[in-house]
Design a protein around this ligand. Structure first.
Ligand code: C2O
Ligand code: CU
Ligand code: CU
Length: 523
């Protein structure tokens, strides 16, 4: 079946599935684009452009990519940091409380929009696909940074094209700092290393290859043939035998990592999606799904100059009976063999090249208060809102539905200033429709507009033993990895902003196929 046919069938399917449900269409097709508000006084002002360029990732031919580039109009000089020779966008550093204006220019030959992943932000600034702009147009973002210190990110979000656009390079990190975190005196400057892990496939002319494997590959999600960290293949970082903070983002379209140190040292986790934990934790390994972040403390002082330390992804059972990536691998589309889902791989190496000059920092016993909401506040504690993520007649769906640009169903409307429990399920436990249980695969579930807390995680996953110790459920999160058969309860508070926000699977191929819905926060 060709892609066009597949999309056609998906459309027909929707009509049948949606027939009996009540929907409200909130905005029609037209949306007014925000203008510069003269009363908004920004602390930071940035011009951001998405554009086409070429970079030298390998020797020989340069690679055609799409990138973000930014220039600072107002604000501290360290607000924008660029990663050398990388398709990745700049790293933005904001302070909690900053008022930020970003003027975004589209200079790629496709519709696009920027989403600030993880930020608690007003509706107009959230980068919903209904706000896409065409080549040559601009979009004005004005928002206040309300999140606690942590590692967030930004990426493109047009409906149906997020996968290919992120893949070509349209993503970057956004780091929020605040006074509370600063007081902990964690490693900073060159000792604070952002690491964006992605997988890509290149052809023999060094050009990116995306979804050449047809419908099956699209349905399970893109898996690349090689790992890039910060846009570099086989990255080896020269460091001192000192203490570092690693801010790790899984920026891959669909690949899941089981991160661990090769020498068996525990991973010392200090933070998750929404910033620092209350106490550091030691983990043998950590599962990191697409869009999830991990803040790691690492003390390299036991190593000597010349030593190399490898961060790996250990093998695990992905829980997909088709063995994602396995079949594609034999087809030899690119320069290398494909890496299957859950296959052991090297992520990057650290090489000790210098003895430390300063003192060794000590890991604080206590990090920061999480100030979690209490479950007792939830208005639906005994009756959680339920969302089932599953394949449905060969389409990835949420409660049987796919994305509709401006619509919400009745059960997707919540009230401002309330706390709710949501129950997220991967598969409906055998009662699924055709193509459900047969095609179970992981779904990294992301909710826009807020950070939530995980209350409970249960699983009937086969292969559970190979992943069960890798989840960190005691920090603020905006994305939670739902392995097949898994059920996760989360606690959310809808505050400050009403409006239409998204929740979706962050396997970008699933998202593009419509595993995304709106939810509406009403007054
Ligand atoms: Cu990372 Cu809807 O986004
Ligand atoms: Cu997001
Ligand atoms: Cu999914």
């Amino acid at each position: 079946m060709k892609r066009r046919d597949f999309i056609g069938i998906a459309g027909a399917g929707s009509a049948i599935l949606f027939g009996s449900l009540f929907f409200s269409d909130l905005f029609g097709n037209k949306s007014t684009k925000p203008e510069i508000n003269p009363d908004f006084n920004p602390d930071v002002e940035i011009d951001l452009t998405a554009y086409q360029r070429e970079i030298n990732i390998f020797s020989g031919k340069p690679t055609k990519v799409w990138s973000y580039t930014a220039s600072l109009k107002k604000g501290p000089s360290n607000t924008i940091q660029t990663i050398n020779n990388s398709y990745l966008g700049p790293i933005f550093r904001f302070k909690k409380g900053d008022k930020v204006r970003v003027i975004f220019y589209n200079s790629i030959p496709q519709e696009t929009i920027v989403h600030w992943h993880g930020l608690h932000i007003n509706e107009l600034a959230d980068g919903h696909p209904r706000f896409v702009i065409k080549e040559g147009e601009k979009f004005v973002y004005e928002f206040e940074v309300k999140n606690r210190a942590g590692t967030y990110w930004f990426h493109t979000h047009p409906h149906g094209k997020t996968g290919p656009q992120v893949y070509r390079g349209l993503a970057g990190l956004l780091i929020v700092n605040d006074e509370e975190e600063k007081a902990l005196d964690l490693p900073n400057g060159e000792f604070d290393i952002p690491l964006v892990i992605q997988d890509r496939t290149f052809d023999r002319n060094n050009q990116l290859v995306y979804l050449s494997g047809g419908m099956m590959e699209r349905m399970s999600g893109f898996l690349g043939e090689q790992i890039l960290v910060n846009g570099h293949p086989d990255l080896k970082l020269d460091i001192e035998n000192s203490v570092y903070r690693l801010r790790i983002l899984n920026g891959s379209n669909s690949r899941i990592y089981k991160l661990a140190w090769e020498d068996g040292s525990p991973l010392v986790v200090i933070g998750t999606d929404g910033g620092l934990l209350d106490y550091p934790m030691e983990k043998e390994y950590v599962m990191l799904g697409p869009a999830e972040r991990l803040d790691v403390w690492v003390d390299f002082s036991k190593y000597r100059v010349g030593d190399e330390i490898t961060l790996k992804s250990l093998s695990f059972l992905g829980g997909n009976i088709m063995g994602r990536g396995g079949m594609m691998g034999m087809m030899g589309r690119g320069r290398r063999r494909n890496i299957s889902d859950g296959e052991e791989i090297e992520i990057l190496k650290f090489k000790i090249v210098e003895n430390r000059k300063g003192e060794i920092k000590t890991l604080p016993d206590k990090l920061l208060n999480l100030n979690f909401n209490s479950v007792d506040e939830a208005i639906n504690i005994n009756n959680p809102r339920r969302f089932v993520f599953e394949m449905n007649y060969m389409r990835p769906t949420i409660n049987g539905r796919t994305f509709q640009m401006t619509k919400v169903a009745k059960d997707e409307i919540v009230k401002l200033n309330t706390v709710e429990v949501w129950e997220l399920l991967n598969g409906s436990g055998g009662r699924g429709r055709m193509g459900g249980s047969m095609m179970q695969m992981p779904h990294p579930v992301h909710i826009h507009g807020l950070q939530f807390q995980v209350l409970e995680r249960t699983s009937s996953t086969s292969g559970w033993d190979t992943i069960k110790d890798g989840f960190i459920d005691n920090g603020w999160k905006d994305t939670v990895l739902l392995m097949p058969g898994m059920r996760v309860k989360v606690l959310l508070k809808f505050e400050d902003y009403k409006g239409l926000f998204l929740y979706h699977c962050h396997n970008l191929e699933h998202e593009d196929l419509g595993m995304m819905r709106n939810y509406l926060i009403e007054d």
